[in-house]
Design a protein around this ligand. Sequence first.
Ligand code: TRP
Length: 428
Amino acid sequence: MTIRYLTGITTTGTPHLGNYVGAIRPSVEASRRADTENFYFLADYHALIKCDEPARIQRSTLEIAACWLAAGLDPQQVFFYRQSDIPEIPELTWLLTCVTGKGVLNRAHAYKAQVDKNSAAGVDADTDVTAGLFMYPVLMAADILMFKAHRIPVGRDQVQHIEMARDMAQSFNHLYGEHLVLPEAAVDESVALLPGLDGRKMSKSYDNVIGLFSPREQVRKQIFSMVTDSRAPGEPKQAEGSALFQVYQAFASADETHKLRQAYADGISWADAKQLLFERIDREIAPMRERYEHLVSHPAELEQILQAGAAKARARATPLMRELREAVGLRNLASSSATGRKDKAKAALPSFKQYREADGRFHFKFVDAQGRLLLQSAGFASPREAGQCIAAMKQSQALPSAAEAALAPGVDVPAVQAALKTLADSEN
Ligand code: TRP
């Protein structure tokens, strides 16, 4: 089965080393894996949530797009597009909005953080909270579900949003049939969380970033302004807890890292350590700089790449959106369903049907294209667990263990497997 990965970057700033190490570099490496499809997009609708400067959004979109390409993303091999070029995304956002509890969104981190800040400041809880901020997880879910993505590489802070997307997909499927794929967060522990100039996480909101493609001299200056302790040259220094060391490690080989650790122990001066760090970073970034600068100064070229990417992405989004509109009842009145007849498109594929029994437990059935029962599950405590069992069956294309699902008598194992395969093929 082809695994689909999807990543977006909000276009509100200039790419910095933290973005590069945490998102851009790993995603470009991942795009070369076999048997995967990879989606990379510029989350400019998300940018509107926190930025009301049009020129900044435009500039950031240009810079982040250029950065991805300069870092080696091949738009021929992946889906590379701008969120706002895909009108199906806001359309799906609305369908998901209607299956999402307001209470769920009340718990979303980004919104809660603002509410907590307001209550600490003693002002009204809704101060500076736009409905956009509140709805952020729904827009993000639409980004993901639109392309039936399986894995979403994110930092820890985004895991909650992926779980919300998963819940929205599950609710939608529960109500309207199996249309959406349940995504999973892929947190890569080996990807470094880069500290910034002041030692806190490198983030534009802390204003402690090192620009990825800032002029070399400026990068050097910024590196030299990194916070260190006051140990003098010749005094042994501690690698653990040193932001400088951590940043170095994110760029260096194991061998180089080992050498710097030794140099710390031997009392290298902070100035020399900073120079080493600057040179190491420059060695990785310098080869990309030319391509970056070319793209940024030829925006029409980039625009063309993005337009082509949007067309490619919409070739996926448009048919799915058509299917979802049909599923929820936004239909051509002359279509067969309006007259009460069975929906042919849906009947043509095997499907999972989730339901709740009088005992309060959650069950599912797996039926073939003709609606004939292939398998019946035992009861689960929550729709989520039932959904996980379905997801496992789809993923493995095999029967769940007996503990997870009671099988209908005389279950036809090859028929179940064949139906799972048909379903998987239709989703690819
Ligand atoms: N919210 C993410 C961020 O600020 C960006 C983003 C938007 C995203 N949509 C996404 C990331 C979908 C992964 C998948 O970092």
